[in-house]
Design a protein around this ligand. Structure first.
Ligand code: CMP
Length: 148
């Protein structure tokens, strides 16, 4: 069965045409189905809410400011095991680990820092539902499955 996940192309990736293209190519190469895609810009408040589970971490403020610093792309992606698959395509959060242990992943190839790490992906099916509702409030998962 198809699983859905939320992917974000963060401002560092959107700002760089080659990185943007490479992420898009990775989505297609791994045969994700692009269910919805839109360009958006997060305000500081929306970005604080999106990452509220990280409130209090040393990088929270930096993260929130970065996510509000420019346009992003949000995608709903479908695939068998889309959640873990997209996370493995992205590679590890930390840029050092990504560069050294997963050089072919998106973050390994294009991540700039632990914060400016090109992409986001939901970490569980429950997070995916929450995050999809956050960025695509009009999206009706049940209807989408039925139409399929
Ligand atoms: P993401 O997968 O979007 O989820 C939380 C984000 O917080 C993460 O990617 C990074 O952008 C950021 N982040 C996580 N850990 C660190 C860290 N140690 N230092 C700075 N930013 C971090």
């Amino acid at each position: 069965p198809l699983q859905l996940t939320l992917a974000l192309l963060k401002p560092d990736a959107v700002a760089h045409p080659l990185v943007r293209e490479a992420v898009h190519a990775a989505i297609l190469r791994h045969r994700f189905l692009i269910v919805r895609a839109k360009e958006l810009r997060c305000g500081a408040e929306q970005s604080r809410r999106f990452y509220r589970e990280h409130a209090g971490r040393f990088f929270y403020r930096r993260l929130v400011e970065f996510m509000a610093s420019g346009p992003m792309w949000a995608y709903i992606l479908a695939h068998e095991n889309a959640v873990p698959l997209w996370r493995s395509v992205m590679g590890p959060t930390k840029v050092f680990r990504a560069r050294h242990s997963h050089p072919d992943s998106i973050r390994g190839a294009y991540g700039l820092t632990d914060t400016r790490n090109t992409t986001h992906g939901s970490d569980s099916p429950a997070s995916a539902s929450r995050e999809i509702a956050f960025f695509f409030p009009e999206f009706d998962k049940r209807r989408w499955y039925e139409q399929d």
